[in-house]
Design a protein around this ligand. Structure first.
Ligand code: NAP
Length: 257
């Protein structure tokens, strides 16, 4: 039996969307366990580079790559950059994403549709495809995708395309788990509930968040740190080596509320 984190030491990990929020907490946790980590940000600011520098001061190898994931070629470049810098890849966490906006059906234009799908759906497929040779070369590995509670509930009004894109990633996760099992690559997902990050500063009012918190059985919104354990668990062969094609819901009981 492997104790938590033991087998993550020295693993080569790319966490996309790790300049802030859930991804930053996950990347920080991997680094603290001695993994070699590539953080990623959109390139809009240098938050990923600053976090990488701060974590490197702790003695672990942490790098930063950038790329606007609305562009599939930028996704490929970010994966390539991480693989080159780390000298291979063992774990891919596909976390970059956002709602882009709350837009009701009658106002959904083709450009908006493309943007939400490219960022939250196409980028995950492209990242997995690009990382596959490196994961195979390492003799197996783990992919952990970030989905959302809204993939199951449909989300709040105006989030239909975002929620459906996360449902796509949930199903893609299960399908890929079967397809990549012969390569000893496990594919799972973490599904956050309402997590108090910049995400909701952009898309939800304080009143909406307070009303949501009041309905959550555990009595509060989640934090980025609340999500970390599920990612580490699914990345660790020692802890979850016989688990593939699963989605772990991290929501304080919100799904049954
Ligand atoms: N917060 C929640 O309640 C919640 C619930 C369910 C699922 N999720 C999902 O969890 C993931 C992380 O969300 P979060 O709450 O941590 O949000 P966040 O704090 O807004 O962080 C989003 C991350 O994604 C990156 N990103 C956004 N747009 C991008 C683009 N065009 N190209 C490349 N990267 C981009 C951001 O990079 P920059 O900093 O460079 O912009 C950032 O690192 C997302 O996939 C989100 O959909 C969140």
């Amino acid at each position: 039996m492997t104790l938590l984190g033991e087998d993550l030491r020295g693993k080569r990990v790319l966490v996309t969307g790790s300049s802030r929020g859930i991804g930053a907490a996950v990347g920080t946790a991997f680094a603290s366990l001695g993994a070699r980590v590539a953080l990623h940000g959109s390139g809009n600011g240098d938050a990923a580079a600053r976090l990488a520098l701060a974590l490197s001061a702790g003695g672990t190898e942490v790098y930063a790559v950038t790329g606007d994931f609305r562009n599939p070629r930028a996704v490929e470049s970010a994966v390539d950059g991480a693989v080159q810098t780390l000298g291979g890849l063992d774990i891919l966490v596909n976390n970059a994403g956002t709602m882009v906006g709350r837009v009701p059906l009658e106002r959904i234009g083709d450009d908006f549709l493309d943007e939400v799908i490219d960022l939250n759906l196409r980028s995950v497929v492209v990242a997995c495809r690009r990382a596959l040779p490196a994961l195979r070369a390492s003799g197996g590995g783990a992919i952990v995708n970030t989905v959302s509670i809204s993939a199951r509930t449909g989300g709040s009004p105006g989030s239909s395309i975002y929620s459906a894109s996360k449902a796509f990633v949930s199903t893609f996760t299960r399908s890929l788990a079967a397809e990549l099992a012969p390569d000893r690559i496990r594919v799972n997902a973490v599904s956050p509930g309402t997590i108090d990050t910049d995400f909701h500063q952009r898309y939800s009012t304080p009143e909406k968040l307070a009303a949501t918190a009041a309905r959550i059985p555990l009595g509060r919104l989640g934090t980025a740190e609340d999500c970390v354990g599920a990612y580490l668990f699914l990345a660790s062969d020692g802890l979850s080596g016989y688990i593939s094609g699963q989605v772990i819901e991290v929501n304080g009981g919100q799904l049954m509320a």
